[in-house]
Design a protein around this ligand. Sequence first.
Ligand code: AMP
Ligand code: MN
Length: 317
Amino acid sequence: MNIYEEVKNAATIGISGHIRPDGDCVGSVMGLYLYLKKVCPDAKIQVMLEKPAEVFSCISGIEEIHTDFTSDVEVFQAFFALDAAKDRLGGAEAYFDHAEKKINIDHHISNKGCGDVNYIVPGASSTSELIYELIEDKSLLDEEIAKALYIGIIHDTGVFQYSNTSPATLNAAAELIGYGFDFTKLIDETFYEKTYVQNQILGRALLESISFMNGKCVVSMVDKKTMDFYRAVPHDLEGIVSQLRYVKGVECAIFMYQTDTMEYKVSLRSKEKVDVAKVASFFGGGGHVRAAGATMQGTFHDIVNNLSAQIAEQLKA
Ligand code: AMP
Ligand code: MN
């Protein structure tokens, strides 16, 4: 696929990513946006995305995002869905559906491709790495594009720790840091740093976690009441599931937070054996082999029981 070839004749271009945008989603969307503004200077280009977390305000152009999903363009001539299939685009899904040319770029194994043009590479570390690769003329890269894509890569690889990190990932990162931005500060401020409240909820979730299946699984939950008490938003809970996964002997970590009465957003992480994308897909979600998620209905105990059955089946096999 050649990004420029796909959009060079488009007068209007839209870009979106998934709801509750994470680092890779924001990084890939903004990296592509900044690049397209350079290669298609005459096109009207709009980003439609839920408001990114405050930590991403260091990305150039972030204030130009249409966070309310409104636009004066009814039918975009080209529309990108990044880091997700169209069903997770939230308010941007309708624009994608109506677009003359739909382009889907993603690295989720659960995404079968929902565009007229699809570039789905499940082995890639991140959608940001894919955007980096797809920028044919690397002389068009600049510090701001590099920064956005680098943020995406570090977030989806856990700063080059997860098994999705490949030589290609590190080569991309090597070239990106060559643009001279302060990557140490970027990693600290967008990935590791937590607010006081975020740390408090993390501590509480760890304290209340339950170990089961002889220590092979660990689960924790934050209910709506607790989120309201801390005035926490979903982004404040990122990282809790990774911390649970660090427990020695744990193969599969489960974290969930309540989104409604009898409804929870579930995050799954595994170390070596369990394909959590398969588990999440079984319940209507998706993701990657070692990191996946789903929205599930029922009580906390129902959900843990249902997940356990799927996990146990894989561990048995
Ligand atoms: P999370 O647990 O939300 O951090 O998500 C882990 C991975 O699974 C990320 O790559 C998400 O994009 C993906 N993911 C989470 N929820 C879903 C879902 N409902 N459908 C498809 N992919 C998901
Ligand atoms: Mn991603």
